[in-house]
Design a protein around this ligand. Structure first.
Ligand SMILES: Cc1cc2nc3c(=O)[nH]c(=O)nc-3n(C[C@H](O)[C@H](O)[C@H](O)COP(=O)(O)OP(=O)(O)OC[C@H]3O[C@@H](n4cnc5c(N)ncnc54)[C@H](O)[C@@H]3O)c2cc1C
Length: 303
């Protein structure tokens, strides 16, 4: 019996309530719509289930990978042998703490968290409303847009280590920097986060969110599968501008293409494979380097 078969048997006998699914195409769980099947996916509904999964994984020598909404992941064509723990819509729940803070579980989408805050008349998450990932994924990579970043509003992060032990860490311990956090350097899973917000009229907050969504619609290829900006902002320029100036809008390898609408986006124009996207990212980075001497690094997490 394989480790995964043992894992399924253990949970089937002892915790049948835990949602497990075998052989799930990652193309269904990523915004790129790319990726072969994950051998096993688990959908923990609360911290206790997540801790149990991690403890048993460790005991059975399984190294799980964590998935949020899959909006910043390029999953391999060959699929993922082993366990994917999916938190989106599973690890969910939000609450107000005191007058001006909210606590949000990692699997809640940033959009829902922003609307929750707006309905409470709390400003600060408007920038995050149009980012299609989860709060866990956003904290993990310090997501940002339109001048706002998670690090500006996140006061504490609840992390869980691979032994299933959870604790709160402060904003400074979370080590936020541009599209990066200490969660990437440590075996820490984001289980929840708290945000310090500012009172403001709910309608003003909603108007701001609408304005930002309209900006996105006007400038981004939201009709095609992608993972958002394909490259990080390099020192000394903007990825989209550099790609555009290199004449790469529309440049295509297989089913992957540089968006005509926004040169910073790589889009799946039909049946793109992960290999197509990887080749395209390499080629774009090389051509921009040859033309401008600036090396672009992928923002999308290549699994
Ligand atoms: C159309 C579009 C627009 C976008 N616009 C923006 C934008 O304006 N700004 C921006 O910053 N990003 C943007 N993105 C990218 C993406 O939405 C963000 O990076 C988002 O924060 C990813 O969250 P996720 O839940 O989808 O993470 P996933 O893609 O599921 O995961 C990304 C990485 O985070 C890890 N991870 C996820 N959840 C956790 C967790 N709870 N604990 C530990 N690790 C975790 C995963 O292992 C993976 O390595 C955009 C994407 C798309 C498709």
């Amino acid at each position: 019996m394989s480790k995964i078969t043992d894992f399924i048997a253990y949970f089937g006998e002892n915790h049948p309530e835990l949602e497990l699914k075998t052989n799930q195409p990652m193309s269904k769980f990523t915004s790129f719509r790319i990726g072969g099947a994950a051998e096993l996916m688990a959908f923990p509904q609360n911290e206790e289930e997540l801790a149990l999964i991690l403890k048993m994984s460790k005991k059975m020598d399984i190294e799980p990978v964590i998935l949020g909404a899959g909006t910043n992941v390029l999953a391999p064509d060959a699929g993922i042998p082993g366990l994917v723990i999916c938190l989106k819509d599973a690890l969910s729940g939000m609450e107000q703490i005191g007058d001006t803070q909210i606590r949000v579980m990692a699997g809640v989408t940033m959009s829902r968290a922003a609307v929750f805050a707006a309905n409470l008349g709390l400003s600060g998450l408007e920038f995050a409303h149009g980012i299609p990932g989860t709060v866990g994924g956003g904290v993990y990579m310090n997501a940002g847009a339109y001048g706002g970043e998670i690090k500006d509003v996140c006061t504490r992060v609840r992390i869980m280590d691979m032994d299933g032990n959870a604790r709160w860490i402060t904003n400074s311990e979370a080590g936020f920097s541009y599209r990066h956090s200490a969660m990437e350097d440590n075996p820490w899973i984001v289980a929840a986060a708290e945000f310090q917000l500012t009172p403001a009229p709910a309608q003003l907050i909603k108007d701001k969110m609408l304005e930002l969504i309209n900006k996105r619609r006007a400038s981004q290829p939201l009709d095609l599968p992608s993972a958002g900006s394909a490259f990080k902002r390099p020192v000394g320029g903007y990825a989209a501008a550099l790609i555009d100036q290199t004449g790469l809008k529309g440049f295509r390898i297989g089913g992957a293409a540089v968006s005509e609408k926004h040169a910073g986006f790589v889009v799946n124009v039909g049946q793109a494979t992960a290999e197509d996207v990887k080749q395209l990212l390499r080629e774009v980075s090389d051509r921009v380097y040859a033309a401008h001497g600036i090396r672009l690094e992928p923002e999308v997490r290549i699994w």
